[in-house]
Design a binder for this molecule. Structure first.
Ligand SMILES: [Zn+2]
Length: 177
């Protein structure tokens, strides 16, 4: 192709991108559609050495995210958070859960009935502690989040039981496109 063709394709791609952008703005004002794609939600793997993770995370965050630890029930800072907003991965910032899908589970861990996007949360069969459970991890940095159980509320019937230490919370007013 000539440089002229490349230039045309560039222009075309540019106009599609603009169309997508205006749709996102329209969605933002719709109730229950508060999630809009934020910077850094592509799924290119984030890979770091243990030393790098240790330098970035607190001891507890490292234990939970990188060694599949669990915080004590009712000990985290987000299980009782009732604000509207977005829960992102503490390891890499990927948007994981929307406050609209958070529910009171009584377990002492933040509980959600579905992720922002299914592809953002990976599932691994966990046979530790004499149980068979489904571990959930961040799809981008593979940080341990918690487990998913089939005893959640409708519409999914799922309960994503997540460690506060695996999450950051962004209030609705600060969620950017
Ligand atoms: Zn992550």
């Amino acid at each position: 192709m000539s440089w002229r063709s490349y230039f045309l394709i560039f222009i075309l791609l540019g106009s599609f991108a603009c169309t997508g952008g205006s749709q996102n703005t329209a969605q933002q004002s719709t109730e229950n559609q508060m999630y809009v794609p934020v910077k850094g939600d592509d799924l290119t793997k984030v890979e770091k050495s243990d030393e790098e993770w240790k330098a970035e995370l607190s001891n507890q965050e490292y234990n939970i995210l990188r060694q599949a630890g669990t915080e004590y029930a009712f000990s985290g800072d987000l299980w009782n958070n009732k604000q509207e907003g977005l829960y992102t991965c503490r390891g890499c910032g990927l948007p994981l859960f929307d406050s609209a899908t958070k529910f009171k589970s009584g377990t002492g861990w933040p509980s959600f009935y579905q992720p922002v996007k299914k592809a953002y949360v990976g599932e691994i069969v966990d046979r530790s502690h004499g149980m068979v459970r489904t571990e959930v991890v961040c799809a981008r940095c593979e940080g341990h989040l918690g487990h998913v159980f089939p005893d959640g509320p409708q519409p999914t019937g799922l309960r994503y039981c997540i460690n506060s230490a695996s999450l950051d919370f962004i209030p609705k007013s600060e969620v950017k496109e």
